[in-house]
Design a protein around this ligand. Structure first.
Ligand code: DGL
Length: 411
């Protein structure tokens, strides 16, 4: 083994057959001398030394194919704005290493077919895991979209999946008018894995970016098979599973469309506006509070300290222990905006059914209908930064970007 190095292109003969591919680093958690090679079809195979009949160096492949992106007359232009996460990476099949995708060529390396769909402008605003994102990152992305909108017909934003729905909601509110689609896309499994969803998600996102949509949407796998993607409205979408490829769902709602070969819309959607209006200020003095049985009053007090607003994820129809009501009443009297959502996720808040709910409503807590807690949190940050305090309370209850559904959806 010593004469071989990680990244060498090798041929291994075993009883089970001959495998050719790139020698990968030894798996971290294995004490065995197992060797792992990445085959040309993308699958990794592990071979124990006893099974090896012959191991030799084979003809090396290029580190990566050189792809030159040419401008093609008659095709729309789509801007890809990389922000990080698994999707924004490509695999170097020589070393098996995963690299950030930084240029149009890097994205084409993962999905060469996108040149058939559009002329691609690619840029990277940052390359971070989405759990590290902060509101300032949402603002950076929004400003970059505004710049790119002058030069392209649609925007695709590759993004880590963990907090993609927060960014989608933030962009949905920040853009009051959009002359082009803004499509967020991620992948649950990196493109070095045979089961990766990166390919279908990215090509589907580019297709959606060419439509007449004038909204912020998230495009991700619609099912666990690799055949179609769903188009979710940016204010209704949630990551509902840690690892499934179809982890994203439109909650209390339905996707607005689907992409297989073609894009198909099956719900009402906003069409491209003539111009772009961006209000990119956010008030970060907002808390998102998950109430739990036994939560000490001081914990709630501390989470509200110095804040201009708060969104509570209450129990059931929208409750917290009744001993919290005087504290909330006092904060609201002092000018804080407090909204109630539910940790049930599915269904609608109703503060008229139980006495605690009625007391909360009487204290001035705003029932936020079927709005998702994360969306309500982002909406409140945006309203507090852009509107007069007296307007914020009633705007929280108004449907601005599809964040409140009047229709009921059965689950
Ligand atoms: N922690 C993840 C993120 O949201 C990385 C994996 C992914 O892209 O989903 O950035």
């Amino acid at each position: 083994m010593q004469e071989f190095q990680e990244g060498d292109y090798v041929e291994v003969k075993t009883k089970k057959g001959v495998f050719r591919g790139v020698l990968l680093p030894k798996p971290k958690f294995s004490d065995d001398d197992i060797i792992v090679i990445k085959m040309d079809n993308g699958y990794n195979v592990g071979v124990v030394p006893e099974e090896i009949r012959l191991l030799r160096r084979a003809e090396k492949r290029e580190a990566r194919r050189e792809i030159k992106v040419k401008f093609r007359e008659g095709l729309p232009t789509v801007s890809i704005i990389g922000t990080g996460g698994t999707i924004a990476s490509y695999v170097d099949y020589r070393t098996g290493a995963v690299h950030p995708a930084l240029s149009a060529e890097d994205f084409l390396f993962t999905v060469p077919e996108i040149v058939e769909e559009a002329n691609i402008r690619a840029s990277v605003v940052f390359n971070i895991l989405s759990e590290d994102m902060k509101p300032e990152h949402w603002i950076t992305i929004a400003r970059k979209i505004k710049d790119e909108a002058e030069k392209s017909d649609g925007i695709v934003v590759p993004h880590g999946t963990d907090t993609m729905s927060y960014t989608a909601a933030a962009l949905s509110f920040m853009f009051e008018k959009l002359p082009l689609p803004v499509v967020l896309v991620g992948s649950q499994r990196s493109s070095d894995r045979p089961s990766s969803d990166a390919y279908l998600n990215l090509i589907s996102a580019v297709k959606v970016a060419k439509t007449d949509l004038g909204e912020v949407v998230v495009v991700m796998h619609a099912s666990s098979s690799d055949d179609r993607c769903a188009i979710h409205r940016g204010t209704r979408v949630r990551k509902m599973h840690t690892s499934r490829r179809d982890a994203f769902e439109s909650v209390n709602s339905m996707p607005i469309g689907e992409v297989s070969d073609k894009v198909r819309f099956f719900r009402e959607y906003r069409r491209r506006d003539d111009d772009l209006v961006l209000r990119d200020r956010l008030d970060e003095k907002v808390s998102l509070i998950y109430y739990y049985p036994g939560m000490p009053l001081e914990v709630m007090e501390r989470m509200l300290e110095g804040m201009h607003g708060a969104v509570i994820m209450g129990t059931g129809l929208g409750h917290v222990a009744s001993e919290f009501v005087p504290l909330l009443r006092e904060k609201i009297r002092d000018g804080m905006v407090i909204g109630m959502t539910t940790q049930c996720i599915y269904g609608r808040v109703n503060l008229n059914v139980y006495s605690t709910g009625r007391e909360l409503k009487h204290a001035g807590v705003i029932p936020l209908e079927d709005m998702l807690p994360e969306v309500a949190y982002v909406k409140l940050m945006w309203l507090l930064a852009n509107y007069e305090p007296e307007d914020v309370t009633h705007l929280m209850r108004e449907n601005l970007r599809g964040e409140i559904e009047k229709r009921r959806f059965l689950k």
